[in-house]
Design a protein around this ligand. Structure first.
Ligand code: WT7
Length: 649
């Protein structure tokens, strides 16, 4: 059943057990409503009170300032993010508590206590210093899910360098574009990575990318696979050789950072053009991920928390690294595929590490549900007490399966809505308080004024779909687009004067939010955010392609998949072989996650008289809805029928 139909029919409500509520941070809706009201009426007071839970080298002077549309939090304050995630926890007596459990795809894992992690971070911070990395420099990180990834990020934070992590599943072209935008001088990578038992030569991608990245002076390479990676003289060095040098001490004074100094850049796809470097800063981001993690995941001293995201995305930044560690939690990170060697891998990890809180994406839930209940049923999942999802709307069928088969009907599910730009979760249940409706992300977090607007900016009625906006600033929000402040203003604030999320949503009569999906040209493929512009420009970079337009269509497992319409150049011949070649071309140029599932060759695309491609119409062809709307403005309305007739099933 399509997502929209199934959520409209969904009327069930699930309440947290008395037992769960009693022990949770926020225990009921009355408590939520009271505190929510306070947080909206006096946001500065609310956030200042919470900020006192962090450790500051110097207290702030102003909580919030609007500097011509650029928001500043906790100005005048000084702190260090790595200090708050490590030293502060060690000082509180938890040095011997496990911070990180690393589960490799195969072979033996590793565990780090807070004390050990602090030492590793300090050592690597000293390595970076030796290589002349200074406060404010950008460090590019292109690593698989190995402990060196969070260690590198925290080491950057310790010395005030700005990290910019690129998902290791991206291609050399995508890496190159990001380095050329960030102007990083140092890159951290690995010789290779494992996925589904296969080795991917990350370092090869790096060597190709660096041919066109003159700013990079040093490359640090983690040895992960023994695949004899090429080590360039004078430029490249092994991580283990650098870190084991005698002069590298395991103590490194944390840099005292201004609240609004940059912490990291993370690139994400927007409506048009190249990916945007979303910039997050120190204090506000840390506070926001600290508090959302604490309350939404209801973290307790003995929890074992497993998030299946890749640290290359914002979920991993906020809820594998900074949120959990600043709460002194034990985090499980997993290197490989959910189905390697068998489709019970996640459930085995839960059993092995007695995971209590499990956070994953709807696409993984759907894929694993399809493998059959026998896989989870063979494992002992009794340690679980709370489940979470993120990345795309969850259809009620998948929600119910997750609730029954994984949570055994006793674990609340937090359906967390947020974005790279928001830094942390904005709309989500509080597990001990919020009655759950499958498919709804429920209510806004404290301090978040979410709303649904019509095209003209007026407020939509209950259950009327519209633009999801956030009407007030919050500490974890992006501060700007790297090197492009104008784009920050245009993309997010131009339309309504308040933060535009790019999603459509409706709010029901109980004030619950139902996210419907992207309203712009972003496609959520298996929860990954892909810009149609990126896929289109990689298609037209192929010698045989004249024009391309890509749109989403509903996919049973991935939620959405990519459907491309391609017009070939005069001399090129339509063939199955060329079709395959184009798919491969996109996978190589952008990354395997951006590969179109379907490519339809077309002689013409539907265009307005001003030459604009009407993606709305292509979408209605691709998804088979035939919901074309008005087609009379097209230069040639006949094009639509022809395309529809040749639609790929
Ligand atoms: C987009 C942001 C936030 C971490 C991972 C994605 C979609 C995210 C939900 C949810 C419905 C969701 C939205 C959003 N999305 N969470 N719980 N329900 N949709 O971050 O890559 O920046 O993507 O993901 O469309 O705009 P991102």
């Amino acid at each position: 059943m399509p997502y929209i139909d199934s959520i409209l029919k969904e009327k069930r409500v699930f309440y947290p057990s008395h037992e769960f509520s009693r022990k949770s941070h926020i225990k009921n809706m009355a408590e939520y409503s009271k505190l929510y009201k306070k947080s909206i009426e006096s946001p500065e007071k609310f956030w200042a009170e919470k900020a006192n839970e962090l450790e500051w080298f110097k207290k702030w002077e102003t909580v919030l300032r609007n500097d011509m549309g650029f928001f500043k939090w906790f100005e005048g304050g000084r702190l260090n993010v790595s200090y708050n995630c490590l030293d502060r926890i060690v000082k509180s007596g938890k040095g011997s508590k496990t911070a990180l459990i690393w589960e490799p795809e195969s072979g033996e894992g590793k565990k780090y206590t807070y004390e050990q992690l602090l030492k590793e971070v300090c050592k690597f911070a000293n390595v970076l210093k030796k290589l002349d990395v200074k406060k404010g420099n950008v460090v590019q990180i292109y690593l698989p899910m190995i402990p060196e990834l969070p260690i590198a990020m925290l080491a950057c934070a310790r010395i005030g360098a700005i990290h910019s992590v690129v998902f290791a599943g991206f291609s050399s072209d995508a890496l190159k574009d990001r380095i050329r935008d960030s102007n990083a001088e140092l890159l951290i990578t690995a010789d290779g990575s494992f996925r589904n038992g296969k080795i991917f030569s990350l370092k090869k991608n790096v060597d190709i990318a660096l041919k066109e990245c003159p700013t990079i002076k040093n490359v640090i390479v983690v040895k992960r696979t023994d695949n004899n990676a090429y080590i360039a003289n004078g430029r490249d060095a092994w991580w283990h050789e650098l870190i084991n040098k005698k002069e590298i001490k395991d103590i490194c004074e944390p840099e005292s950072m201004h609240s609004e100094d940059s912490l990291f850049i993370l690139y994400t796809s927007g409506t048009t053009g190249k990916p945007k470097g979303i910039l997050h800063t120190q204090a506000g981001y840390l506070l926001f991920v600290y508090l959302t993690f604490k309350w939404i995941f209801d973290i307790k001293e003995n929890d074992s928390y497993f998030c299946t995201a890749d640290i290359g995305w914002i979920t991993g930044h906020s809820y594998i690294v900074y949120g959990p560690l600043s709460n002194g939690a034990t985090v499980v990170m997993y290197e490989g595929s959910p189905t390697f060697p068998k489709p019970d891998r996640f459930w085995r990890i839960i059993e092995k590490h007695k995971v209590t809180i499990f956070y994953t994406a709807p696409t993984a839930i759907r894929a694993l549900a399809k493998e059959g209940d026998e896989w989870p049923n063979k494992c002992n999942l009794s340690s679980l007490r709370l489940l979470g999802t993120v990345g795309e709307p969850i259809n009620p069928e998948a929600w119910i399966w997750y609730h029954n088969v994984i949570g055994k009907n006793k674990c609340p599910i937090v359906d967390t809505w947020w974005q790279t730009e928001t830094g942390g979760i904005l709309i989500s249940p509080l597990p001990g308080a919020t009655p759950l409706k499958p498919g709804s992300a429920t209510k806004p977090f404290f301090g978040i004024l979410a709303d649904v607007l019509r095209e003209d900016g007026s407020k939509a009625n209950p259950n009327e779909g519209g633009y999801l906006v956030i009407k007030n600033p919050w500490p974890g929000m992006l501060r700007t687009v790297w090197d492009d402040p104008q784009r920050y203003k245009n993309a997010y604030f131009e339309k309504f004067g308040v933060y535009l999320t790019g999603d459509s949503a409706r709010m029901d009569e109980d004030g619950y939010f139902w996210i419907m999906g992207r309203i712009d040209d972003v496609i959520k493929v298996a929860g990954h955010r892909i810009g149609s512009a990126e896929v289109e420009s990689s298609l037209v970079s192929h010698k045989d392609v004249a024009e391309a337009a890509v749109v989403p269509y509903p996919h049973e497992i991935k939620g959405q998949a990519i459907y491309a319409f391609v017009v070939l150049k005069k001399n090129a011949k339509k063939s199955g072989q060329l079709n395959d070649e184009l798919k491969k071309h996109v996978a190589e140029r952008v990354g395997p996650i951006a590969k179109p599932d379907k490519i339809q060759f077309a002689d013409e695309l539907p265009k307005t008289r001003s030459g604009k491609i009407m993606r709305r119409i292509l979408k209605a062809i691709a998804d088979g809805s035939k919901d074309y709307g008005n087609i009379t403005t097209l230069t040639d309305p006949g094009v639509v029928e022809i395309l529809a007739k040749n639609r790929l099933n």
